[in-house]
Write a protein that binds this ligand. Structure first.
Ligand code: F6R
Length: 262
């Protein structure tokens, strides 16, 4: 894992956008996996700004979103379909036919996961953008999800519904189900960029990077990805930095107490 610690959210967003743009310039028809939530909004703003200044085009880019709620219409303001159009797609030149967001039509519930999964099989992602949930989820792979899962329908964790209730009138309005790429789909992406900001993410970020790889903290699997970059601000990196400093001090003390004898 490559860890980049930036000063604040603005810098995280700029850094993440520069990585994405570099990849698009190398391969204008790349397949990009996208996340919703508050973490990537700044990254999307930077991409929009670059597009408006004619620095980048998304004309041939194909996008694949990680997840979508089930139980609300695509037209609902809090659907991930609406989120992506509002925060990115309607501002850039991506073609509607190249946008892929998991379908959430409840009448087709039995086919939704398999259909989206075949699209992912046919189109390996070149880069996947991720955020991390306070319980360690990526996409909607909640703690306990088998690490070998591919796209599936998930019952959302109460913690996740609570975290996401800030976007709804109240917690009862937050859907109980969602469709999500599985960990296996995410790990199959050639490159992964995870962004996290704020002190409420500090503990989970530490566990993701330094804890053991376990399905109880799905994001820990990213330690095993060959090209994963984690971009943090000082607040979300605070536990990581504090523990690293403590370990360093302990090491120095041990070395002083038991000097190497000639
Ligand atoms: C959303 C998604 C989620 C979020 C995570 C963090 O598409 O995949 O895993 O990335 O819940 O959300 P924020 O960024 O709002 O803290």
């Amino acid at each position: 894992m490559k860890i980049i610690i930036c000063k604040n959210y603005e810098e995280i967003s700029k850094k993440a956008a520069s990585i994405v743009m570099k990849e698009i310039r190398k391969k204008p028809d790349l397949n990009i996996g996208l996340a919703t939530g508050s973490s990537p909004i700044g990254l999307y703003k930077n991409l929009i700004e670059a597009y408006k200044k004619n620095k980048i085009s998304f004309m041939d880019v194909k996008s694949y979103n990680l997840d979508e709620y089930i139980g609300i219409e695509r037209s609902h303001p809090q659907s991930y379909y609406s989120f992506m159009h509002e925060n990115l797609f309607k501002h850039i030149d991506i073609q509607e036919k190249n946008i892929h967001i998991p379908e959430n039509d409840i009448t087709r519930i039995d086919d939704l996961a398999a259909d989206y999964n075949s699209e992912l099989h046919e189109n390996q992602l070149d880069i996947q953008i991720l955020g991390i949930g306070s319980n360690g989820h990526i996409g909607f792979n909640e703690p306990g999800t088998p690490l070998g899962n591919e796209t599936f329908i998930v019952t959302l964790d109460e913690q996740t519904r609570m975290d996401n209730s800030r976007f709804f009138e109240n917690i009862d309005e937050v859907p109980k189900f969602a469709i999500t790429m599985g960990i296996k789909n995410i790990m199959y992406s050639k490159k992964i960029v995870l962004v996290a900001s704020g002190k409420e993410k500090a503990k989970v970020v530490y566990k993701m990077i330094k804890g053991k790889v376990t399905k109880s903290l799905p994001a820990s699997i990213l330690q095993l990805h060959p090209d994963c970059t984690v971009i943090l601000d000082e607040a979300s990196a605070s536990v990581l930095v504090k523990k690293a400093a403590a370990e360093h001090q302990k090491f120095n003390k041990t070395v002083k107490q038991s000097p190497i004898k000639p």
